[in-house]
Design a protein around this ligand. Structure first.
Ligand SMILES: *Cc1c(COP(=O)(O)O)cnc(C)c1O
Length: 357
Protein backbone atom coordinates (compact mmCIF):
# COMPACT_ATOMS: atom_id res chain seq x y z
CA UNK A 1 0.00 0.00 0.00
CA UNK A 2 1.25 3.49 -0.89
CA UNK A 3 2.00 5.91 1.94
CA UNK A 4 -1.15 7.70 3.12
CA UNK A 5 -1.47 10.88 5.14
CA UNK A 6 -4.42 10.84 7.51
CA UNK A 7 -6.10 14.16 8.35
CA UNK A 8 -9.38 12.77 9.71
CA UNK A 9 -11.37 15.11 11.97
CA UNK A 10 -12.30 12.25 14.30
CA UNK A 11 -11.81 9.50 15.16
CA UNK A 12 -8.25 10.72 14.88
CA UNK A 13 -4.96 9.27 13.84
CA UNK A 14 -3.28 7.59 16.82
CA UNK A 15 0.43 7.14 17.51
CA UNK A 16 1.87 3.95 16.01
CA UNK A 17 3.25 2.82 19.37
CA UNK A 18 -0.20 3.09 21.00
CA UNK A 19 -1.62 0.86 18.27
CA UNK A 20 1.15 -1.71 18.67
CA UNK A 21 0.75 -1.85 22.45
CA UNK A 22 -3.00 -2.19 22.05
CA UNK A 23 -2.64 -5.08 19.63
CA UNK A 24 -0.34 -6.80 22.14
CA UNK A 25 -2.87 -6.20 24.91
CA UNK A 26 -5.66 -7.70 22.83
CA UNK A 27 -3.58 -10.88 22.69
CA UNK A 28 -2.41 -10.82 26.29
CA UNK A 29 -3.13 -8.12 28.85
CA UNK A 30 -0.10 -7.61 31.10
CA UNK A 31 0.90 -11.28 31.03
CA UNK A 32 -2.41 -12.42 32.52
CA UNK A 33 -3.05 -14.70 29.54
CA UNK A 34 -6.38 -12.87 29.11
CA UNK A 35 -7.16 -10.36 26.37
CA UNK A 36 -7.81 -6.76 27.44
CA UNK A 37 -11.14 -7.23 25.66
CA UNK A 38 -12.08 -9.95 28.16
CA UNK A 39 -10.29 -8.89 31.32
CA UNK A 40 -12.54 -8.29 34.31
CA UNK A 41 -12.54 -4.64 35.28
CA UNK A 42 -12.42 -5.83 38.90
CA UNK A 43 -8.96 -7.38 38.59
CA UNK A 44 -5.91 -5.82 40.19
CA UNK A 45 -4.24 -5.52 36.78
CA UNK A 46 -7.10 -3.47 35.37
CA UNK A 47 -7.46 -1.33 38.46
CA UNK A 48 -3.79 -0.45 38.12
CA UNK A 49 -4.29 0.61 34.50
CA UNK A 50 -7.25 2.74 35.52
CA UNK A 51 -5.22 4.38 38.28
CA UNK A 52 -2.29 4.91 35.96
CA UNK A 53 -4.51 6.54 33.32
CA UNK A 54 -5.93 8.97 35.87
CA UNK A 55 -2.42 9.72 37.09
CA UNK A 56 -1.21 10.41 33.54
CA UNK A 57 -4.01 12.92 33.02
CA UNK A 58 -3.14 14.65 36.28
CA UNK A 59 0.55 14.73 35.51
CA UNK A 60 0.29 15.88 31.89
CA UNK A 61 -2.18 18.71 32.58
CA UNK A 62 -0.85 19.55 36.07
CA UNK A 63 -4.36 19.02 37.44
CA UNK A 64 -4.63 20.42 40.99
CA UNK A 65 -5.99 18.34 43.91
CA UNK A 66 -9.20 20.35 43.80
CA UNK A 67 -10.16 18.46 40.62
CA UNK A 68 -10.83 14.80 39.79
CA UNK A 69 -10.78 13.01 36.43
CA UNK A 70 -13.45 10.56 35.32
CA UNK A 71 -13.84 8.41 32.21
CA UNK A 72 -17.33 7.58 30.93
CA UNK A 73 -19.22 6.37 27.88
CA UNK A 74 -21.88 8.19 25.88
CA UNK A 75 -19.69 10.60 23.94
CA UNK A 76 -19.20 14.32 24.41
CA UNK A 77 -22.81 14.73 23.27
CA UNK A 78 -24.10 13.08 26.45
CA UNK A 79 -21.85 15.38 28.47
CA UNK A 80 -23.97 18.27 27.17
CA UNK A 81 -26.76 16.81 29.31
CA UNK A 82 -24.48 15.99 32.27
CA UNK A 83 -23.42 19.63 32.40
CA UNK A 84 -26.97 20.92 32.72
CA UNK A 85 -28.06 18.15 35.12
CA UNK A 86 -25.16 18.75 37.50
CA UNK A 87 -24.86 22.54 37.33
CA UNK A 88 -27.91 24.33 35.95
CA UNK A 89 -30.07 25.84 38.69
CA UNK A 90 -31.09 29.42 37.79
CA UNK A 91 -29.41 30.48 34.56
CA UNK A 92 -26.50 29.47 32.33
CA UNK A 93 -24.86 31.14 29.34
CA UNK A 94 -23.33 29.52 26.27
CA UNK A 95 -20.86 31.05 23.86
CA UNK A 96 -22.25 29.97 20.51
CA UNK A 97 -19.22 29.35 18.34
CA UNK A 98 -20.48 26.48 16.21
CA UNK A 99 -22.68 23.46 15.86
CA UNK A 100 -21.27 21.66 18.93
CA UNK A 101 -21.78 24.74 21.11
CA UNK A 102 -25.34 25.00 19.80
CA UNK A 103 -26.02 21.36 20.59
CA UNK A 104 -24.66 21.81 24.11
CA UNK A 105 -26.97 24.79 24.58
CA UNK A 106 -29.96 22.88 23.23
CA UNK A 107 -29.52 20.14 25.85
CA UNK A 108 -29.26 22.70 28.65
CA UNK A 109 -32.30 24.62 27.39
CA UNK A 110 -34.29 21.42 27.70
CA UNK A 111 -33.43 21.29 31.40
CA UNK A 112 -33.65 24.94 32.45
CA UNK A 113 -32.86 28.54 31.64
CA UNK A 114 -29.92 28.61 29.23
CA UNK A 115 -29.15 31.12 26.48
CA UNK A 116 -26.49 32.17 23.97
CA UNK A 117 -24.48 35.05 25.46
CA UNK A 118 -22.87 35.80 22.08
CA UNK A 119 -22.77 34.10 18.71
CA UNK A 120 -20.69 34.08 15.55
CA UNK A 121 -23.50 32.53 13.50
CA UNK A 122 -23.71 35.80 11.48
CA UNK A 123 -20.45 34.85 9.73
CA UNK A 124 -20.89 31.09 9.71
CA UNK A 125 -18.85 30.71 12.92
CA UNK A 126 -15.61 31.90 11.37
CA UNK A 127 -14.57 33.89 14.45
CA UNK A 128 -14.74 33.86 18.25
CA UNK A 129 -17.03 36.60 19.64
CA UNK A 130 -15.59 38.93 22.25
CA UNK A 131 -16.56 42.02 24.19
CA UNK A 132 -19.80 40.60 25.62
CA UNK A 133 -20.87 41.26 29.22
CA UNK A 134 -20.92 38.26 31.54
CA UNK A 135 -23.68 38.64 34.20
CA UNK A 136 -22.44 37.76 37.67
CA UNK A 137 -25.49 35.70 38.56
CA UNK A 138 -24.87 32.88 36.06
CA UNK A 139 -24.51 29.31 37.27
CA UNK A 140 -21.81 28.94 34.63
CA UNK A 141 -20.51 30.05 31.25
CA UNK A 142 -20.02 27.26 28.72
CA UNK A 143 -17.41 27.57 25.97
CA UNK A 144 -16.17 25.27 23.21
CA UNK A 145 -12.44 25.90 23.08
CA UNK A 146 -11.89 24.40 19.64
CA UNK A 147 -14.56 24.47 16.98
CA UNK A 148 -13.73 21.31 15.08
CA UNK A 149 -15.99 22.05 12.11
CA UNK A 150 -15.07 25.72 11.53
CA UNK A 151 -11.40 25.71 12.53
CA UNK A 152 -11.54 28.41 15.19
CA UNK A 153 -10.00 28.11 18.64
CA UNK A 154 -9.90 29.86 22.00
CA UNK A 155 -6.23 29.41 22.82
CA UNK A 156 -6.12 31.04 26.23
CA UNK A 157 -7.77 30.21 29.55
CA UNK A 158 -10.35 32.91 30.20
CA UNK A 159 -10.47 34.79 33.48
CA UNK A 160 -14.17 34.37 34.04
CA UNK A 161 -16.25 36.01 36.80
CA UNK A 162 -18.56 32.96 36.94
CA UNK A 163 -17.74 29.21 36.93
CA UNK A 164 -16.29 28.27 33.55
CA UNK A 165 -17.13 25.02 31.74
CA UNK A 166 -15.31 23.98 28.57
CA UNK A 167 -15.85 21.38 25.89
CA UNK A 168 -12.24 20.63 24.93
CA UNK A 169 -13.02 17.61 22.76
CA UNK A 170 -10.77 18.61 19.91
CA UNK A 171 -7.88 20.50 21.50
CA UNK A 172 -7.29 18.72 24.80
CA UNK A 173 -3.62 17.76 25.26
CA UNK A 174 -2.55 20.12 22.48
CA UNK A 175 -1.54 22.85 24.91
CA UNK A 176 -0.94 23.48 28.60
CA UNK A 177 -4.21 24.39 30.36
CA UNK A 178 -4.65 26.22 33.65
CA UNK A 179 -7.18 23.71 35.00
CA UNK A 180 -7.76 25.82 38.14
CA UNK A 181 -9.68 28.33 36.00
CA UNK A 182 -12.33 25.76 35.08
CA UNK A 183 -15.14 24.18 37.02
CA UNK A 184 -15.36 21.46 34.41
CA UNK A 185 -13.44 20.43 31.31
CA UNK A 186 -14.82 17.57 29.23
CA UNK A 187 -14.60 16.01 25.82
CA UNK A 188 -14.67 12.89 23.70
CA UNK A 189 -11.32 11.09 23.54
CA UNK A 190 -11.55 10.39 19.83
CA UNK A 191 -10.32 13.77 18.62
CA UNK A 192 -6.90 13.87 20.20
CA UNK A 193 -6.33 11.33 23.00
CA UNK A 194 -7.76 7.98 22.00
CA UNK A 195 -10.34 6.00 20.08
CA UNK A 196 -14.10 6.60 20.14
CA UNK A 197 -16.03 5.17 23.09
CA UNK A 198 -14.74 7.10 26.09
CA UNK A 199 -15.01 10.66 27.36
CA UNK A 200 -12.88 12.49 29.93
CA UNK A 201 -14.25 14.92 32.47
CA UNK A 202 -12.03 16.99 34.77
CA UNK A 203 -14.30 18.12 37.57
CA UNK A 204 -13.83 20.60 40.37
CA UNK A 205 -14.98 18.48 43.29
CA UNK A 206 -16.50 21.22 45.44
CA UNK A 207 -18.66 22.39 42.52
CA UNK A 208 -20.99 19.42 42.81
CA UNK A 209 -24.10 18.92 44.92
CA UNK A 210 -25.36 22.49 44.57
CA UNK A 211 -28.44 21.94 42.41
CA UNK A 212 -31.79 21.06 43.94
CA UNK A 213 -33.00 18.66 41.22
CA UNK A 214 -32.83 14.90 41.54
CA UNK A 215 -29.97 13.70 39.33
CA UNK A 216 -30.30 10.13 38.02
CA UNK A 217 -27.45 7.99 39.38
CA UNK A 218 -25.64 7.52 36.07
CA UNK A 219 -25.83 11.23 35.22
CA UNK A 220 -24.45 12.37 38.56
CA UNK A 221 -20.71 13.14 38.41
CA UNK A 222 -20.48 12.30 42.12
CA UNK A 223 -21.33 8.66 41.39
CA UNK A 224 -18.37 8.36 39.08
CA UNK A 225 -15.93 10.28 41.25
CA UNK A 226 -16.88 8.11 44.25
CA UNK A 227 -16.47 4.87 42.31
CA UNK A 228 -13.32 5.84 40.40
CA UNK A 229 -15.19 5.65 37.07
CA UNK A 230 -16.10 2.01 37.82
CA UNK A 231 -19.68 2.37 39.01
CA UNK A 232 -20.57 0.25 36.00
CA UNK A 233 -18.38 -1.47 33.41
CA UNK A 234 -16.07 1.20 32.01
CA UNK A 235 -15.15 1.29 28.30
CA UNK A 236 -12.12 -0.87 29.09
CA UNK A 237 -10.47 -1.07 25.69
CA UNK A 238 -10.96 2.60 24.79
CA UNK A 239 -9.37 3.54 28.13
CA UNK A 240 -6.50 1.19 27.45
CA UNK A 241 -5.73 2.82 24.08
CA UNK A 242 -6.06 6.26 25.68
CA UNK A 243 -3.57 5.19 28.35
CA UNK A 244 -1.01 4.23 25.69
CA UNK A 245 -1.66 7.47 23.79
CA UNK A 246 -1.03 9.49 26.95
CA UNK A 247 2.21 7.58 27.57
CA UNK A 248 3.30 8.54 24.07
CA UNK A 249 2.49 12.22 24.77
CA UNK A 250 4.54 11.99 27.94
CA UNK A 251 7.48 10.36 26.14
CA UNK A 252 7.39 13.16 23.56
CA UNK A 253 7.78 15.81 26.27
CA UNK A 254 4.19 16.37 27.39
CA UNK A 255 1.65 18.99 26.36
CA UNK A 256 4.30 21.71 26.23
CA UNK A 257 6.08 19.75 23.48
CA UNK A 258 2.75 18.95 21.78
CA UNK A 259 1.96 22.66 21.64
CA UNK A 260 5.25 23.40 19.91
CA UNK A 261 4.81 20.54 17.47
CA UNK A 262 1.17 21.40 16.72
CA UNK A 263 1.94 25.08 16.19
CA UNK A 264 4.72 24.21 13.81
CA UNK A 265 2.43 21.97 11.74
CA UNK A 266 -0.36 24.57 11.67
CA UNK A 267 2.03 27.39 10.72
CA UNK A 268 3.36 25.34 7.81
CA UNK A 269 -0.12 24.72 6.39
CA UNK A 270 -1.55 28.20 7.04
CA UNK A 271 1.45 29.86 5.41
CA UNK A 272 0.91 27.78 2.28
CA UNK A 273 -2.82 28.62 2.27
CA UNK A 274 -1.93 32.32 2.53
CA UNK A 275 0.76 32.09 -0.16
CA UNK A 276 -1.02 29.84 -2.67
CA UNK A 277 -3.19 31.81 -5.12
CA UNK A 278 -5.68 28.96 -5.47
CA UNK A 279 -6.72 28.68 -1.79
CA UNK A 280 -8.01 30.85 1.05
CA UNK A 281 -8.52 30.12 4.73
CA UNK A 282 -12.05 30.46 6.12
CA UNK A 283 -11.39 31.31 9.79
CA UNK A 284 -10.50 34.80 11.06
CA UNK A 285 -6.70 34.86 11.30
CA UNK A 286 -6.52 35.73 15.00
CA UNK A 287 -8.83 32.79 15.84
CA UNK A 288 -7.28 30.14 13.62
CA UNK A 289 -7.25 26.70 15.18
CA UNK A 290 -3.98 24.80 15.44
CA UNK A 291 -5.93 21.53 15.28
CA UNK A 292 -8.41 21.87 12.39
CA UNK A 293 -7.30 23.90 9.40
CA UNK A 294 -10.20 24.92 7.12
CA UNK A 295 -9.72 26.32 3.62
CA UNK A 296 -11.60 26.66 0.35
CA UNK A 297 -10.75 27.46 -3.28
CA UNK A 298 -9.96 31.16 -3.73
CA UNK A 299 -12.60 33.34 -5.44
CA UNK A 300 -12.54 32.63 -9.15
CA UNK A 301 -11.15 29.11 -8.68
CA UNK A 302 -14.20 27.44 -7.11
CA UNK A 303 -14.62 25.15 -10.10
CA UNK A 304 -11.29 23.44 -9.27
CA UNK A 305 -12.50 22.02 -5.95
CA UNK A 306 -13.35 18.51 -7.12
CA UNK A 307 -10.22 18.34 -9.22
CA UNK A 308 -7.98 19.26 -6.28
CA UNK A 309 -9.78 16.75 -4.08
CA UNK A 310 -9.05 14.00 -6.60
CA UNK A 311 -5.47 15.22 -7.08
CA UNK A 312 -4.85 15.19 -3.31
CA UNK A 313 -6.41 11.76 -2.97
CA UNK A 314 -4.11 10.49 -5.69
CA UNK A 315 -1.21 11.74 -3.57
CA UNK A 316 -2.35 9.78 -0.51
CA UNK A 317 -4.25 12.54 1.35
CA UNK A 318 -7.08 11.10 3.43
CA UNK A 319 -9.85 12.93 5.27
CA UNK A 320 -9.37 16.46 3.90
CA UNK A 321 -12.95 17.02 2.76
CA UNK A 322 -14.43 19.96 4.67
CA UNK A 323 -17.53 19.56 6.80
CA UNK A 324 -20.68 20.06 4.70
CA UNK A 325 -21.55 23.27 6.56
CA UNK A 326 -18.25 24.91 5.52
CA UNK A 327 -17.40 23.12 2.27
CA UNK A 328 -13.92 23.04 0.77
CA UNK A 329 -11.23 21.33 2.79
CA UNK A 330 -10.31 20.64 6.37
CA UNK A 331 -7.05 19.10 7.50
CA UNK A 332 -7.04 17.99 11.14
CA UNK A 333 -3.54 18.17 12.55
CA UNK A 334 -4.07 16.29 15.80
CA UNK A 335 -1.10 15.32 17.96
CA UNK A 336 -0.19 12.09 16.18
CA UNK A 337 -0.05 13.78 12.77
CA UNK A 338 3.58 14.37 11.74
CA UNK A 339 5.15 17.48 10.23
CA UNK A 340 6.05 15.28 7.23
CA UNK A 341 2.33 14.57 6.65
CA UNK A 342 1.62 18.31 6.58
CA UNK A 343 4.60 18.86 4.31
CA UNK A 344 3.17 16.27 1.91
CA UNK A 345 -0.14 18.16 1.79
CA UNK A 346 1.66 21.48 1.26
CA UNK A 347 3.73 19.95 -1.59
CA UNK A 348 0.52 18.70 -3.11
CA UNK A 349 -1.03 22.20 -3.00
CA UNK A 350 2.10 23.69 -4.58
CA UNK A 351 2.16 21.10 -7.33
CA UNK A 352 -1.49 21.69 -8.08
CA UNK A 353 -0.88 25.42 -8.39
CA UNK A 354 1.99 24.79 -10.82
CA UNK A 355 -0.23 22.47 -12.86
CA UNK A 356 -2.85 25.21 -13.22
CA UNK A 357 -0.47 27.97 -14.30
C1 LIG B 1 -16.84 15.75 18.01
C2 LIG B 1 -17.23 16.77 18.98
C3 LIG B 1 -18.29 16.59 19.89
C4 LIG B 1 -19.18 15.36 19.87
O1 LIG B 1 -18.50 14.25 20.28
P1 LIG B 1 -19.24 12.83 20.40
O2 LIG B 1 -18.28 12.07 21.26
O3 LIG B 1 -19.34 12.30 19.01
O4 LIG B 1 -20.56 13.03 21.03
C5 LIG B 1 -18.54 17.58 20.80
N1 LIG B 1 -17.81 18.71 20.85
C6 LIG B 1 -16.78 18.93 19.99
C7 LIG B 1 -16.00 20.19 20.10
C8 LIG B 1 -16.46 17.96 19.04
O5 LIG B 1 -15.43 18.19 18.20
Amino acid sequence: MAKVHVFNAGPCLLPEIALEKSIEAIRDFKGTGVSVLSISHRTKEWEETMEETRALWKELLHIPDTHEVVFLGGGASLQFLYVAMNYLEHKAAYLETGVWAKKALKEAAGIGNAYAIASSADKNYTYIPKGYEIPHDLDYLHITTNNTIYGTEIKEDYDCPVPLIADMSSDIMSRPVDVSKYQLIYGGAQKNVGPAGVIFAIIRKDSLGKVTRHIPTMLDYRTHIDKGSMFNTPPVFAIYVMNETLKWIKSMGGVEAMRKRDEEKAALLYSEIDRNSLFVGTAAKENRSIMNVCFVMAPGHEALQDEFMAFAKGHGMIGIKGHRSVGGFRASLYNACELSDVQALVDCMKEFEELKK
